[in-house]
Design a protein around this ligand. Structure first.
Ligand SMILES: Cc1cc2nc3c(=O)[nH]c(=O)nc-3n(C[C@H](O)[C@H](O)[C@H](O)COP(=O)(O)OP(=O)(O)OC[C@H]3O[C@@H](n4cnc5c(N)ncnc54)[C@H](O)[C@@H]3O)c2cc1C
Length: 392
């Protein structure tokens, strides 16, 4: 058996590369390097519009929802090509929020939100975590109460990435405090500029800006409730399954590892080329094989989505494997670069433009973001392998 793209998929990859050759300028990359993925400057905004004008945020959605009717594999190819060039592709709004609206939303939900997401005009911050509800997100206490034809929302979300640049919040709230904790949760779309929302920055070690977002008597129309009231837990877990798959693009690691190999082929340590040292060669070869495994795990998830399945177990395996591989590449790359490996991208002397240093600071997030790996191993044991539930 040989895994390869079809001729149609290869033609799609050519189309993507032609687009990127035209649209990605040094100035755009410079704006991204300075601002990071959590800042939207004028060139990033223009780039996102060019992507949205082509309908590529919803490229694998059915045509009736404003999509192009392509497949999840083609979406994965787009994410990989964009990642290879260092430019932003579809975020979680398109890859995990929108599919949940398609699957569980009312007709009004679909009409209200999907066209804008497909064009890239609606972007959502994802509001799950709270100061007292992280891994155990079902303990969330942000409250929504129906008052006439409006929801009134009170509470706080923490680690609320992109809230400062998003248009909406995909907000998980408690709508029935008397019900068992997984059964009293709903999801509401909240315009981020609603009166009563306050956003305060919270910057992570990786330089990624997240936020503390407070909701004080925030009112939104009743129709902004997604799907059915108190059924939100299945929408959250479905979205998280897709988030794990989307977070796991192996392309960034492929690019960094290729750069590391080029570095080892040209740099000397104590008069010996790094690539001539057995230890270095063996490590590079092992990491190279692991990056290929990560890529294939990703494609497996994408092809299951293409077949209409929710790839809970493969996406979970891909997320665990890749997040731990990122840490290994970062750890070993830092050791290999020695003292210079600690210089960040601002420094002219930073090898590989500081990308290993940045990866080192970014890597821990992936091990617990979208679900801590310890908990996800339990998911594989119980739901994937049918082992009994482990009660602590
Ligand atoms: C940069 C950044 C961006 C983020 N963006 C978002 C976002 O946009 N939206 C959002 O909702 N959240 C976001 N998060 C939050 C993230 O999802 C949570 O940090 C994560 O769910 C873990 O929750 P916690 O931090 O409260 O840690 P805890 O729940 O306190 O867990 C800490 C550690 O304890 C261990 N642990 C906890 N429970 C168990 C268990 N049952 N079994 C075994 N081990 C366990 C794990 O090792 C875990 O990593 C972000 C976090 C960061 C740092």
């Amino acid at each position: 058996m040989r895994f390869d793209y079809t001729d149609k998929q290869l033609a799609w990859r050519d189309e993507l590369r032609t687009f990127l050759d035209r649209e990605v300028s040094d100035e755009l990359l410079e704006e991204i390097r300075h601002g990071g993925s959590d800042v939207r400057g004028p060139l990033v905004t223009r780039f996102r519009k060019a992507v949205g004008d082509r309908g590529w945020y919803g490229l694998n959605w059915p045509v009736e929802y404003g999509g192009l009717g392509l497949t999840a594999v083609e979406q994965q190819m787009l994410i990989d090509e964009f990642t290879a060039r260092g430019v932003p592709g579809p975020d979680l709004t398109a890859t995990s929020v929108a599919p949940m609206i398609m699957r569980h939303g009312t007709e009004a939900n679909k009409a209200d939100w999907l066209p804008g997401i497909a064009r890239g005009e609606i972007t959502c911050a994802v509001g799950y975590s709270e100061p007292d509800a992280g891994t155990d997100v079902a303990s969330l206490s942000t409250r929504a109460e129906l008052d006439g034809d409006e929801w009134v929302i009170n509470g706080a979300k923490i680690w609320n990435s992109i809230a400062h640049i998003a248009t909406h919040e995909w907000l998980c709230v408690r709508t029935d405090p008397a019900a068992p904790k997984h059964k009293g949760i709903s999801v509401i779309m909240v315009p981020i500029d609603s009166p009563g929302i306050e956003i305060q920055p919270l910057v992570a070690w990786s330089d990624l800006r997240t936020n503390l977002t407070y909701f004080a008597d925030v009112r939104v129309p009743a129709r902004n409730l997604i799907g059915e009231v108190n059924r939100g837990w299945s929408y959250i877990t479905g979205a998280l399954d897709l988030e794990r798959g989307a977070l796991a693009s192996a392309m960034q690691l492929r690019v960094i590892l290729d750069d590391l190999m080029a570095f080892c082929s040209t740099h000397l340590l104590d008069g010996v080329r790094l690539a001539d040292r057995a230890e270095v060669r063996h490590r590079l070869a092992a990491l190279d094989a692991d990056v290929e495994v990560a890529r294939l795990l990703n494609l497996e998830s994408a092809s299951l989505i293409e077949d209409g399945q929710v790839p809970t177990i493969p996406a979970t395996e891909a997320k665990i494997f890749q997040s731990e591989l990122r840490q290994r590449v970062a750890d070993w790359g830092t050791q290999l670069l020695g003292m210079y490996g600690q210089l960040d991208w601002h420094d002219r002397e930073a090898p590989l433009r500081g990308r290993i240093e940045r990866l080192y600071r970014e890597a821990p997030l992936m091990r617990f973001g979208a679900g801590a790996n310890e908990v996800l191993r339990d998911v594989i044991a119980q739901r994937g392998q049918g082992l009994p539930r482990h009660d602590r």
